[in-house]
Ligand binder design. Structure first.
Ligand code: UD1
Length: 358
């Protein structure tokens, strides 16, 4: 059986790692297509190296652009690749422009599509990711839902028959990475900045709703600067670009502006943080799984399970953000609702079962 993974953005490389390992272990012929949506080495190459992912078979090199330009370039680039490799399945990951383009290109060529991380909903249609998720789910033949909540959303949309709950692949890779980080005693923020565990915040901000409005971006940066502890701000290229364009200074007192971290270091940095402040879907869930309180600068989250017991709190910039970030650590353990750490193995088995019906 031949399965083609189409990936292009940072969080997709993390999800690809356990899938690549599980597919190869079960003898599935795995073809990897990198769309080139993310091209900076710190957003792309380091993930392939650190997480020991096989090198992509094809690189489309589409680069940045408006949503239409980027999505269109991926669509056009995929047609000949799908024809050449003729996979039995195309696997689309998450909710980026690479995801929706992969699902559309394959379904138009009558190639079966599976969607990993199906059924997540923020119910905020201003987010490009929400549109990408909905369209991808409806174009897909197999919906790999990470949670019961995601499966329930799919059932509401009439997609229950194509749905399988498999758990969350990011949990697979996080558990393995955190275990080796603890074993090795990794503490990258202490090494680079001298801050002990529990004395700093780790922050990332990259959503267009937060970065593309000067007043909101300024309010977020001011809030980070007002926290009593140092803030390590890992800057996505979009944040740097927008801050320059909107004339917002990211180097306020208390804020250490840094490049994005390679995945193992990110996990170790989050593990030792007093708290995480983010608008990233992946990082809010990773922090939750690591038992680190998270403050999410968004009006809603698709990972609603993280909100239970106060491990994750949704805030607006300003006093709400500051108060939430400085809250006490909840006294209950985060519930293990994201699978058993073997989601990729379950997905591989599911595909092999499907193979007998082909
Ligand atoms: C994309 C995803 C988002 C995901 C995020 C993870 C969509 C619609 N959004 O957002 O869901 O959470 O990836 O990081 O697909 N840039 C670079 N170098 C790069 C990549 C981007 O400098 O390697 C800059 C460019 O100025 C580009 C901007 O960042 O225009 C935005 O990149 P893009 O891939 O369009 O979206 P992300 O914000 O990264």
């Amino acid at each position: 059986m031949r399965i083609m993974s189409v990936v292009g953005a940072r969080p997709q490389f993390v999800k690809l790692a356990p899938i690549d390992h599980a597919f190869r272990a079960t003898g599935i012929d795995h073809i990897i297509v990198h769309t080139g949506q993310h091209y900076d080495p710190l957003l792309s190459d380091v993930f392939f190296d650190d997480l020991k992912i096989s090198a992509p078979d094809v690189h489309l090199g589409v680069g940045s652009g408006s949503h239409g330009v980027q999505t269109g370039a991926i669509l056009a680039g995929l047609d000949p690749v799908l024809e050449e490799y003729a996979p039995d399945w195309v696997l689309a990951y998450g909710d980026t422009n690479s995801t929706v383009a992969a699902a559309l290109a394959a379904s138009k060529l009558h190639i079966k599509v599976a969607h990993l991380e199906a059924g997540l909903r923020s119910f905020n249609r201003r987010m490009p990711e929400e549109i990408n998720r909905i369209l991808t789910d409806h174009a897909s033949d197999l919906l790999l839902a990470p949670t019961e909540v995601a499966a329930a959303h799919l059932a509401t949309e009439g997609l229950a028959q194509r749905t399988h709950i498999v758990g969350d692949v990011m949990t697979d890779v996080l558990m393995a990475t955190a275990a080796s980080s603890i074993e090795n005693g990794d503490d990258p923020i202490r090494t680079t900045h001298g801050y002990d565990a529990g004395t700093y915040f780790l922050a990332t901000i990259h959503r267009p709703d937060n970065t593309d409005d000067r007043i909101r971006l300024e309010a977020i940066i001011d809030s980070l600067s007002a926290l009593k502890h140092p803030v390590i701000l890992l800057a996505h290229p979009r944040l740097r670009a927008k801050a320059t364009e909107l004339d917002v200074s990211l180097t306020q007192p208390g804020i250490h502006l840094c490049d994005p971290l390679p995945y193992p270091q990110l996990v170790a940095a989050a593990l030792h943080a007093r708290g995480v402040i983010t608008d990233s879907g992946g990082l809010q869930k990773e922090a939750f799984l690591l038992g680190v309180p998270t403050t999410t600068v968004r009006p809603e989250t698709e990972w609603v399970e993280t909100l239970e017991q106060g491990w994750n709190v949704l805030v607006e910039p300003g006093p709400e953000l500051i108060q939430a970030a400085l809250r006490q650590v909840p006294d209950t353990e985060p519930k293990q609702v994201y699978g058993d750490g073997k989601a990729a193995h379950h997905i591989a088995q599911l595909f092999l079962r499907f193979a007998s019906h082909l």
